[in-house]
Every structure is written in C-alpha cells, then in structure tokens.
Design a protein around this ligand. Structure first.
Ligand SMILES: N[C@@H](CCC(=O)N[C@@H](CS)C(=O)NCC(=O)O)C(=O)O
Length: 370
C-alpha cells in the first residue's frame, strides 16, 4: 500500500430495503453484478469469494467499450451489518494504490441506513471523484433492492402540464424508466430548493440533482438502459437534433407559449400565466403581440416542415430528443384556433405530431387537465 494516503470519503444513504437484502447485494455475485458500477456502465464480469481473505474482481464496462477493473480482498464479513474490503484499480495510473472500504448497515425506519467509509486516497481530487461514482453506484443498489425500483431514487419535480416537464416525462417514458413525479408549480419554495430559478422541471437521482430539460434528458439517456434518445443517425443527425432543440429553446417556446398560448390563457389561467403573459407583452396590445408571434411561428413551422422532409421524426426514422421538445408545443399550439389554422399549411409537421401522438409515451404522459 502507498504511504501517506490520507484522504477519505464518507457516504450515508437510506435504502428502502431490509439490511439482509442490502448485505446480500454486497456479497452475492449475481446481485453484485446487477449494481456494482456507476449509472451508464454495466458489470461485464464479477467473481466474488465472500469470505475473510477471499478475493473479488469486478469488470465495469462503459457503453463505448472502455473497461474499469477493480480487485480486492474481504477484510471483514459480519452479516447483516458490516463488510470491509480492499479496493484497487487494476491497470491504469492508480494501480499501485490499495484503499479500504468499510460498509455498516443499520436497520432504520423499515429500511437500512448505509454508511460507507472509503479510506486511503492520495489527494482530495481522488476521493471526490470516487464519491460521485459511489453515489451513482448506490442509486443502482437502490434500484435493485427497493420494491419501487428506480422510482425509489429518481424524482422529477414539476407541474406535469408544463411543456418542458412534459418533454422530460416523454423521455423517461421512452426509456421505460420508473420515477416519482413531485408536481411542484414553478417558483414555489419546494421547486426553488431543486432549481436555482424555481423553474420546472428538475430531476433528482439520489444525491444528484439536474436542472434544464436538455440536461435532464441527456442524463436519463446515458444513465439508463432502454432505447437511445440521442439520434442514432451519425454526426449530422446529432447536430441537427441540437439545432432543433436550440431553435425551440431560444425562439419556439417563447413565441408559441409565452406570446401566443399564455396571451389566450391570461384571463382564465393561473396568476403565474397572467404574469408571464403581461411581461411578454411589455405594455403592447395583446393583438399586436400575438400577431407578431404568429408570424414568427409561421417561419419556425416552415423550418420544421423542411426538416421533416418525408421522415416521421425530425432526425430520421426514430424519435430523438428534438421530437420530445416539439411534441408538447405543437399539442398546445394546435389547441388554439390560430394554431390549428396555421398548422394546416404544414402537413409534415402535422404528420410528425400524429406519429408522436400514437406513441405509448405520449398517451402515458398527456397532462390530465386536457
Ligand atoms: N430552460 C428551461 C426552461 C424551463 C421553463 O421555462 N419552464 C417553464 C414551464 S414550461 C417555467 O417554469 N416557467 C415559469 C416561469 O417562466 O416563470 C428548461 O429547459 O428546463
């Protein structure tokens, strides 16, 4: 072991499962294989000899094929409340460094309080990067042993009627990922606690919090199995996908939602909608603001029309994140008389929307208020 390796990390997590189950997940090869790597990776191989002095070897694999191998030996095995094992990365720059992991499990509130101490890092950077990795591993551990699966750690915060929240929910549904929905309205104290601007949506996975819908979708896509949300059609399709999302985020949402839909809802909708509508008008008459927005939307729809070409989706023959951003906007815009009328000019956009509407993810996430 290297001398003067003094940095350590400590993590405490509550896992909603009995500690016998959590203990087994650390010591049984088949269970360990199901979780002992960060999200986005898989355990390609694992061998476990869970006796004091027994060895283990875990091969973690990324989607890009790169591998990270850890080996070690069990120092203590005391079911169901304590395990200690050494940890060494095989190959790579830190392969001469052996660290120690100690895991204590205490029964608490019908579940398990897990405390892990990982000692022996040469610097703070190494311990911090392991902390992130362990938090991600423990999310997977929770997925495995919690009866709710990934809904035990994964929460989406936001009013499901919000178009951005809907986009995030479409992504989760397309991936087949289970989560809990906390239907917070924007700017409530609860939403401010998870989003610096109080906007919706925000995502929490265990200790990891993500805001901005595009970042949420990117996390969900890479962290979980299931069909890819990023376009599979190569570099141009990926860039095109980014282009459409940027167009929606920078111009489309503002024109279709703030300066069109919300102007129509300003009288009857919630106070926040009226406030956003008033801010967007900036003192101008409603008619002028809506007419200007419709001219811009006409131009945007024309771009989408050309973008679809003969395809069902914006980037080809399968849905990608840009489609998930566009679908809620077209749905809401198409509910306005001017929206329905304008959409008549754009058959490819209407077809693309019909294709999205036919997907199970759309029906599963359609806001209830509709
Ligand atoms: N850029 C953010 C935008 C999120 C956003 O604007 N959400 C709307 C609901 S669809 C919101 O919270 N609006 C409240 C406000 O603008 O004050 C994202 O991509 O998540």
């Amino acid at each position: 072991m290297k001398e003067a390796a003094t940095f350590h990390l400590e993590i405490e997590r509550f896992i909603k499962a009995p500690r016998e189950k959590v203990f087994a997940a650390f010591t049984q090869e088949s269970l360990l294989k199901a979780w002992h790597c960060p999200r986005g990776m898989t355990v390609a191989e694992a061998s476990v000899d869970a006796r004091v002095g027994g060895a283990y070897r875990i091969v973690m694999a990324s989607r890009d094929g790169s591998r990270f191998v850890v080996v070690g030996a069990y120092q203590a095995i005391e079911p169901p409340d304590f395990i200690a094992y050494t940890w060494r990365a095989e190959g790579g720059p830190a392969s001469d460094l052996t660290t120690l992991i100690e895991v204590s499990l205490t029964a608490k509130d019908g579940g398990t309080a897990l405390r892990m101490r990982h000692t022996g890092f040469p610097n703070a950077q190494a311990s911090a990067s392991h902390r992130q990795g362990w938090q991600s591993c423990f999310n997977r551990l929770s997925d495995l042993v919690d009866a709710e699966g990934s809904a035990g750690t994964l929460t989406l915060f936001g009013d499901p009627r919000s178009s951005y929240c809907w986009t995030a929910r479409l992504g989760l549904a397309e991936k087949g990922v289970k989560y809990r929905l906390a239907p917070h309205a924007p700017h409530t104290p609860e939403q401010r606690a998870v989003h610096p601007f109080g906007l919706v949506p925000a995502l929490r996975d265990g200790e990891t919090e993500i805001y901005e819908t595009r970042a949420i979708l990117s996390y969900v896509d890479e962290a979980f199995d299931g069909p890819p949300l990023a376009p599979t059609g190569g570099v141009t399709a990926r860039a095109r996908n980014e282009q459409w999302i940027s167009l929606i985020n920078c111009y489309g949402y503002d024109a279709m939602v703030r300066r069109c839909l919300f102007q129509h809802m300003a009288e009857s909708g919630p106070p926040l909608v009226a406030a956003i509508a008033a801010k967007s008008r900036a003192g101008r008459p409603v008619g002028e603001v809506v007419a200007e927005a419709l001219r811009e939307i006409d131009m945007q729809l024309d771009l989408f029309e050309k973008g679809y070409g003969a395809n069902d989706y914006l980037t080809g023959s399968s849905p990608a994140t840009a489609d998930l951003f566009l679908a809620p906007l077209i749905h809401y815009f198409g509910q306005l008389p001017q929206g329905r009328e304008l959409l008549q000019k754009y058959p490819a956009v209407r077809h693309g929307h019909d294709v999205m509407k036919a997907r199970p993810s759309f029906a599963a996430t359609l806001p209830k208020a509709d």
